[in-house]
Design a protein around this ligand. Structure first.
Ligand code: ACO
Length: 325
């Protein structure tokens, strides 16, 4: 069986920054509350008219350039997002069009914050199955389009951004172990009630603010800690390695308290955990590839290092991957 490796990383964060001080002027909150409860100090926000496909194209083009390959070598584009430019067509088709790529498979995956790890597992399986030799795996979100700026319990968390990797067939396999799960019975703890086919947009749904993300933060927090812990452990077992073998843990950046609880439970020192939540916030599926690209580009991740990715999000969905870089 062929192996698959990550050739390169790329990311893009919008220029505009929203600080906790800015949020203090928008809702009844404080820098002190947001910092101690979430670890976030500031977050990047897309400009008006800046689409998910615009951010994704920048991250993906950077990854293709860093891979030293031609865009014509890309045989598959998968984008993890639940905030595509349009319900139809997919973000991937728009990204492909912006990059000048045609006539290859392009489709999206919707698994909220776990989307990038889901997309990685699908792309590497497709390469191993011989369907494609090279894949662009992207995660891009414009969460601020679905953020209720009057809901202090959620608006302080969300941000926008995009990250990408190029995968290629290889003699060695980087993907040592995956673990995944999902449970739709939790769907109403984190969801957007209207705008889909069940409740199409009406004046009433707009008036009732049903197009924004609704989240029961405290209940979500508890399930996130337990599922991230168990999925991270299962992926280590499936890869046949232990936490001591891992050079870098890259968790979904939802809340610093979730990340610290996870590190404690898995017995990782915080020096081995990548954290950028203070400056990036929670951009859902994009948080992990943005963090991965930042770690790579800052020299915190070297070829041959073992890393573990772990995420949790709406659905609920969760998953982890052990990867040799
Ligand atoms: N500023 C000040 N006070 C606030 C704020 C705020 N921004 N938000 C809530 N509060 C208040 C509440 O009203 C409550 O007050 P009360 O005790 O008088 O009722 C108090 O603070 C505590 O509220 P909790 O909701 O219990 O606060 P908690 O410590 O749980 O923090 C948070 C809230 C940050 C949302 C946390 O629960 C969290 O991070 N949850 C997990 C989020 C997550 O992982 N989501 C999944 C991924 S995201 C995705 O898939 C898109």
């Amino acid at each position: 069986m062929k192996g698959v490796k990550i050739l390169s990383t790329g990311y893009y964060l919008p220029e505009k920054i929203l600080t906790n001080a800015d949020l203090e002027k928008m809702v009844d909150t404080s820098d002190e509350w947001i910092t101690t409860r979430t670890g976030i100090k500031e977050r990047h926000i897309a400009a008006d008219g800046e689409a998910v496909s615009d951010m994704a194209e920048k991250a993906a083009s950077q990854a293709v350039e860093r891979a030293g390959i031609s865009k014509n070598d890309i045989g598959l584009i998968i984008t993890a997002t639940f905030t595509p430019d349009y319900p139809l067509p997919s973000a991937s088709c728009l990204i492909g069009e912006k990059m000048g790529i045609k006539n290859v498979q392009m489709f999206d995956i919707s698994a909220a914050c776990t989307g990038f790890i889901y997309a990685l597992s699908v792309a590497q399986s497709m390469i191993k199955a011989g369907i494609s030799k090279t894949a662009l795996v992207i995660a891009a979100e414009k969460l601020t389009a679905y953020t209720d700026w009057a809901d202090r319990g959620s608006c302080i968390l969300f941000s926008d951004g995009a990250g990408a990797v190029v995968l290629s067939e290889s003699d060695e396999d980087s993907f040592l172990g995956f673990d995944f799960g999902a449970d739709g019975s939790f769907r109403k703890l984190l969801y957007v009630p209207a705008g889909g086919s069940l409740n199409p947009p009406t004046a009433e749904t707009v008036k009732n603010r049903q197009h924004f993300i609704k989240m029961e933060g405290n209940k979500t927090f508890k399930v996130a800690v337990s599922r991230m812990n168990s999925t991270a452990k299962k992926a280590l077992d499936k890869a046949g390695v232990s936490a001591e073998d891992i050079e870098l843990l890259i968790p979904h950046q939802a809340n610093i308290r979730i990340i610290e609880a996870l590190a404690r439970a898995l017995k990782f020192s915080m020096e081995k955990v990548f954290v950028n939540i203070d400056k990036v916030g929670n951009c859902s599926a994009a948080t992990i590839p943005v963090a991965l690209a930042q770690a790579d580009q800052a020299g915190r991740l070297k070829r041959g290092d073992l890393m573990e990715l772990v995420a949790f999000g709406g659905g609920f969905t969760w998953g982890a991957a052990v990867i040799r870089y």
